[in-house]
Write a protein that binds this ligand. Structure first.
Ligand SMILES: Cc1cc2nc3c(=O)[nH]c(=O)nc-3n(C[C@H](O)[C@H](O)[C@H](O)COP(=O)(O)OP(=O)(O)OC[C@H]3O[C@@H](n4cnc5c(N)ncnc54)[C@H](O)[C@@H]3O)c2cc1C
Length: 632
């Protein structure tokens, strides 16, 4: 199957890589089914005391090292993480935080790793990328999850000592959709090895890595009469013949990220370097990312906290129009929202890290929401911080310092942050991933009804199954007590928890209504699906915020040092956003907007692009002159 990749091919590849089973607990999975499992967030999970005690000296040493040795502005200016910083991190064990102790790592939990990420991200994004590309998605994590004992013995000690690793999936034609992968791994005649050929794009750490996880196409297999593309993950050593760093890429931010184009020319990879098994590469990548994705939410929290600190100082000292700018209502609105959002982001990140450490918990949906929610909320915080700093928000730290003002690096923070909404699953892909799981229960019951390839007999059976299922499922999504005195133990937050309880049933009903209304076409109504996902994400954020405030209140008495107020404000704002999403679920301008977008893409509105200097680069395709407005 080497022709052009069709939509069906792309979907089949994605479906084959999906974990189809749900055997462990999941708050979000149940939420979309109309059940608010508050017992999973209250009591808020607690860290393991032994792990915390072992992590403490490491985290203290890391903080001291970052404080004295890491200058984010210098790293940004020079485009290099200094070797002494990389070596210092190696000595601290920062390249093996989660690698088991028997192989030379620190053997710490996801929760402790999250804390380390927060510390690093509070000083420099490029250093976060270095550590995270290595151990969130690089070799250590898939090796821990899927490696053989022999592979672990061979590679873990090297990785723990600081052999840098990277993850190579993306290619020119392979971004969010891996179906068109062109890198191939062809078995040798004796079957002992594979010959790797191809080129990988944007591989973070790739220019300095010793070890790579490389995704490559291995020979297709016939499943159910159809040829299925196979993608396999290999551990590749960069000093093997045929591995070449073609170039280092440059970006808007993260100036010191060691990211590049890596070429493989007839690289011989021994069969024993397959991770997990042949054909399981994409599934491995998705499962690795379930926890790997928790780095960015933690790093967003650190940025939120840093921005809050910058804004608190600046907005209380900067006087304009006879008052500190933070006392003017417009700025105060931003600051209050920023504080409440930072609290919720931390609640989400902590909750997900703690749940990820539980073997009986399935973190995949929560991690996707955490990535989506914290990167989006973090971006709004960064944007508001630039606004509140005014002209100084746009000025580089170096220029500020040269003028004798504090070198506040908001401009760098903004450049470094933007990519968080794109890599490790863009916001759009996270929405689609969550939406797919949200409708999964319904697809299992009634999916065949909408399948054009299903024979009539199977459709009839599906119709009966669906009728029986929905006869009880649907009425139950109207029943349930989400009013006083339920959840009174949450004190001032009880009303939000009751709302959450009611809204979870409304969400499940709305999802069902959308399926009935649009049928199989729902898949194409991304704006509708995204609103449903956003409601679920806001409800999860509310649950995390209330659970955390409740925990802090119990621990410190009174209002948990202000946590109740933060959770209260966050929930009030989240509820407004949820109500807006519900209101515009079926009453919106989606179809109109899509129609205009189609016209734009078809060139009908090129008149809007008139009045520009001609491009220096010739357009890829020769375009006819645009027709003026009103002459069409
Ligand atoms: C700094 C940096 C570091 C990176 N590090 C690594 C790395 O270490 N390893 C690695 O393998 N890759 C890495 N990447 C690649 C990164 O993961 C991809 O950029 C990302 O997956 C998106 O792919 P793309 O850029 O090709 O966008 P595309 O997939 O082309 O998407 C473009 C836009 O279309 C949207 N879109 C795509 N499909 C759909 C759809 N079905 N519905 C709705 N919207 C859609 C996307 O959300 C996005 O907004 C890195 C990239 C950068 C810039």
């Amino acid at each position: 199957m080497d022709g052009p990749v069709t939509e069906r091919d792309a979907r089949e590849v994605a479906e084959a890589a999906r974990e189809s089973e749900w055997r462990r607990e999941s708050f979000v999975r149940d939420l979309f089914d109309g059940k608010a499992r508050l017992d999973l967030v209250d009591p808020y999970p607690q860290p393991d005391a032994e792990d915390e005690a072992r992590a403490r000296p490491f985290l203290e040493a890391l903080e001291a090292f970052l404080h004295s040795e890491v200058d984010g502005d210098e790293i940004d200016r020079t485009g290099k993480v200094p070797p002494r910083v990389v070596d210092g991190l190696r000595k601290l064990g920062a390249f093996g935080i989660k690698i088991p102790r028997e192989y030379g790592g620190l053997g710490l939990s996801q929760h402790s790793y999250t804390k380390a990420v927060r510390l690093v991200s509070s000083v420099d994004g490029s250093v976060t990328a270095l550590l995270s590309a290595h151990q969130s998605i690089g070799v250590p994590q898939p090796l821990k999850l899927f490696g053989s004992e022999e592979q672990k013995k061979r590679y873990f000690p090297r990785l723990a000592r600081g052999a840098i690793s990277a993850f190579a999936l993306t290619e020119k034609g392979v971004g969010s959709d891996p179906a068109a992968m062109e890198t191939t791994a062809v078995p040798t005649e004796d079957g002992q090895a594979f010959i790797l050929n191809g080129e990988k794009l944007w591989c973070t750490n790739g220019t300095v890595a010793e070890l790579l996880v490389v995704m490559a196409r291995t020979p297709s297999r016939v499943v159910g009469g159809r040829e299925r593309r196979q993608i396999t993950a290999f551990i590749v050593e960069t000093d093997w013949p045929g591995v070449e760093v073609v170039r280092r890429c440059e970006f808007m931010g993260l100036k010191a990220i060691e990211n590049g184009v890596i070429r493989f020319h007839d690289v011989r990879v021994p069969r024993e370097n397959i991770l997990w098994k042949e054909g399981a590469g994409l599934k491995l990548a998705l499962i690795t990312l379930n926890t790997g994705r928790l780095t960015l939410p933690a790093s967003s929290v650190a940025v939120g906290k840093r921005c809050l600190q910058i804004v608190r100082r600046w907005a209380s000292e900067r006087m304009q129009w006879g008052a500190p700018i933070g006392r003017h209502d417009a700025v105060a609105q931003m600051i209050g929202t920023m504080a409440a959002s930072t609290f919720a982001m931390e609640a989400i990140s902590e909750l997900c890290s703690l749940l990820a450490d539980r073997p009986d918990y399935d973190i995949r949906l929560e991690a996707a929401i955490a990535k989506l929610y914290n990167s989006e909320a973090g971006w709004r915080i960064v944007d508001d911080t630039v606004q509140i700093r005014g002209g100084r928000g746009y000025e580089t730290a170096r220029s500020l310092a040269a003028r004798g003002e504090p070198a506040v690096p908001v401009e760098r923070i903004m450049r470094d942050f933007r990519i968080n909404l794109i890599f490790e699953g863009s916001s759009e892909i996270m929405h689609l991933f969550i939406a797919r799981e949200a409708v999964d229960r319904h697809l299992k019951v009634a999916g065949e009804l909408a399948d054009p390839h299903a024979p009539l007999s199977r459709k009839a059976a599906a119709a009966l199954r669906a009728a029986l299922f929905y006869a009880t499922w649907y009425p139950a999504r109207w029943l349930g007590w989400g009013h006083w005195p339920r959840y009174s133990s949450f004190g001032p937050l009880a009303r939000h928890v009751r709302y959450l309880d009611r809204a979870s049933r409304r969400l499940a009903r709305s999802l069902f209504h959308a399926m009935v209304r649009f049928g199989p076409g729902l898949e194409k109504r991304q704006a509708v699906l995204f609103r449903l996902v956003d409601i679920g994400a806001e409800l999860f954020a509310m649950a995390a915020a209330c659970g955390r405030a409740q925990m802090l209140r119990r621990a410190s008495g009174a209002d948990g040092g202000g946590a109740t107020e933060m959770a209260d404000l966050f929930c009030r704002q989240a509820r407004r956003r949820i109500e807006e999403s519900f209101a515009s679920l079926f009453h919106n301008d989606d179809a109109y907007t899509h129609r205009v977008a189609d016209q734009v893409l078809d060139g009908a509105h090129r008149w809007l692009e008139q009045g520009l200097v001609r491009e220096r680069l010739p357009p890829a395709v020769e375009e006819p002159a645009p027709v003026e407005a009103g002459r069409r």
